[in-house]
Structures are given as C-alpha cells and as structure tokens.
Design a protein around this ligand. Structure first.
Ligand code: NDP
Length: 317
C-alpha cells in the first residue's frame, strides 16, 4: 500500500512517499481503510523533531495521526492519535477507534471538526470553562483551530480579542465573530481598549515562544493562560513567581486528556456536528492533497498564509 514515512527529522523534504507492506493487525488491532487523513501542526512538530519520533532503527516512522476511514465490516470511523495516518491503510487499536455520529456531512466537512474542532471545543468547555461576558484573547485566531475557537467563544457569550500575523488575517477572524481583531503588535492597545486596562480573563495561545511574555501581561488578576501549542517554538523554562503578583494560572493541555473516553469523543463531536449542520459554525471545506503532494501540504500549513483544514486523500492520483 502507499504511505508516507520519514527516516530523519527536518524540513518538508524528509517526507517520503513509499510503497510498503503493512504487517497483519495484532489481536487488539483492526485493519482500517483510510478515506481521508488530517494534516495537523503536530505533524510538523513530529517531522521537525520538536516532538521526536522513534527513528533510530533505520526503518523510519509513519507520520500523521488523524483520519476518517472504514473498518472491514464497512463502519465509518475516525481516530485522533495513531501515527502512520498518511497512508492507504492503518492497523488501529480497537480502543482508538470511534464510530462517526450520524451526519449528512461529507468527510471533507467532518475532518475540520476532529482534531481542530475537538480542540476548540475542549478549550472553551473544559480547559477553561468560559462564561458569559468574560474577555478572551486568542492568538493564531485566523488558523484552523483559531476560527472555530473564536466562534465557540462567541456562542458561549464571551468577548473575543483575536490576533493574527497580518491585518488581512485579523479581518478574517473579525468576520468569524471576534469583537476586536488585530496583529500581534496591537495586542496591548486592543486589550487596554477592550477591558479598560483591567486585562483579559483568559488567553488561548498556540503560538508559544514569540508572544508568551506579552500575552501573560495581558491577563487580569486570577486570569488563566491556556498554552495549547508552540507554532513559533516552545516557551523556555519559566519562573513560577512570575504568576504571583496577579495570582495567575497557566494550563498546558492536550487533546488526549479531553478525548480519553469514547463517550467524551462522541459528546464533543456531536455538539460540533449539530452546530455545523445548523450553519452555526463556519469553516472552509478541507483542502485536499494526494500522498505524493505531501510536501506541499506541509509547506502550506507552515506558510502562515492558509486558514482551515488540510487533508490527504491517499487514493487521489
Ligand atoms: P493553524 O492553521 O492555526 O496554523 C498555525 C498558525 O500558527 C499559523 O496559521 C500562524 O498564524 C500561527 N503561527 C505563529 N507563529 C508561527 C510560526 N512561527 N510558524 C508557523 N505558524 C505560526 O494550525 P491548526 O489549527 O492545525 O493548529 C493550531 C495550533 O493548535 C497549533 O499550534 C497546534 O499545535 C495546536 N494544537 C494543540 C492541541 C492541544 O490539544 N494542545 C491539539 C490540536 C492543535 P498567524 O500567522 O496568523 O500567527
């Protein structure tokens, strides 16, 4: 079957499309035919070695963690955390497989609701339970998670300051409901204008290193910093006393914690599907690449010029 492997960490060039023989599934596994795999920023962290993959034995590693596919008995299922998803087939542990809730949405409309949508959902619902009238600051707000997060925050009645790298991207976040939007350089001005100098109740930041200090300063007393990504690099070691003067808190959450049970995965995804079917969530259809175009897919997600979801159709020629 066709698949993509990497044999060393590095730039998009290390992504290697190859034909390989998939070993038979173990007793705990099921062979799944992949219909559409998701490209996520975590794949870039894996590729770069920021989250290192096991590569030392020379056989390389699969890449890609998310997908929609069919079991041998024809059930439509999804998974969120199985390496080797950029491929035509994968052996999945039964515990990682979740049946897709009934929906009229096509695969390319469901894919944005998986890792990206479920992340936005747990961020506002569980990592910090956002309440009506609170102020939230969102970085990378024009990205895939960012646009969904902005909309879910508005649905919960929060006020949103959306930040992005260019004015054009900030406008996009504004069009998706943000109360105020601007570039990272405008962060202090926007926060002061919105909260009268008091600061925001919560920061949702996936950029990490580049704007960590300035985002931390934007919090009000007892505010919460939810750091859920590191697109610009990891935040360096941190002196906890920096939280003391305003009694701040920092959470560093991961999707796995909040989708640990099948019931939780289905509850969150059903919420998102209901919103999407009711046209209460807006997002572009997945932009689809073939396995042989995988380098372009990674270059696009790293380009900072794209918004929405990127997918790989392993059967596309
Ligand atoms: P995005 O579409 O949001 O792409 C990443 C965005 O990060 C870019 O669009 C860009 O927006 C911004 N960015 C800032 N600095 C850089 C940089 N140096 N290089 C590249 N991009 C940069 O991706 P996703 O929606 O797929 O994911 C968003 C974030 O959420 C990622 O950081 C990912 O790791 C994280 N995530 C975390 C999870 C968790 O549970 N902890 C689960 C899933 C995703 P701009 O140019 O406007 O700044």
């Amino acid at each position: 079957m066709k698949s993509v492997r990497i044999f060393s960490h590095g730039g998009a060039d290390v992504l290697t499309p190859i034909d390989l023989e998939l070993p038979p599934p173990s007793k705990e596994q099921v062979r799944v035919k992949i219909e559409l795999a998701g490209v996520n920023f975590i794949d870039v962290y894996h590729r770069r070695g920021q989250y290192p993959l096991h590569l030392s034995d020379g056989t390389g590693s699969g890449i890609g963690i998310e997908g929609i596919g069919r079991t041998p008995d024809g059930h439509r299922i999804f998974w969120l955390n199985a390496l080797g998803s950029y491929a035509q087939e994968i052996n999945l542990f039964a515990k990682d497989i979740t049946a897709l809730p009934k929906t009229s949405l096509a695969n390319e409309e469901i894919l944005p609701l998986l890792c990206q949508g479920l992340t936005a959902h747990y961020l506002v619902d569980s990592a910090f339970r956002v309440e009506q009238g609170q102020w939230a600051l969102v970085t990378a707000a024009a990205g895939g998670v960012g646009l969904l997060l902005t909309q879910l925050l508005k649905i919960r009645g929060a006020n949103v300051i959306a930040l992005a790298s260019t004015s054009k991207r900030a406008v996009l976040a504004k069009e998706h409901g943000a109360d105020l939007a601007g570039t990272y350089r405008e962060l202090e001005e926007l926060t002061a204008k919105a909260t009268g100098g008091a600061g925001v109740d919560v920061v949702f930041d996936s950029v990490g290193k580049d704007y960590f200090d300035i985002c931390l300063s934007s919090l009000t007393s007892s505010g919460m910093y939810v750091l859920y990504g590191a697109a610009s690099g990891p935040v360096p070691p941190f002196d906890l006393m920096r939280l003391n003067s305003k009694s701040l808190a920092i959470r560093r959450p991961t999707l796995a914690t909040y989708t640990a049970t099948e019931a939780e995965r289905i509850r969150r995804l059903t919420d998102l599907i209901t919103l999407a079917e009711g046209k209460l969530l807006r997002y572009p259809r997945t932009k689809i690449f073939s396995l042989s175009e995988v380098k372009s897919a990674h270059q696009l997600i790293e380009s900072r010029s794209y918004t929405g979801k990127i997918g790989i159709d392993p059967w596309k020629i």
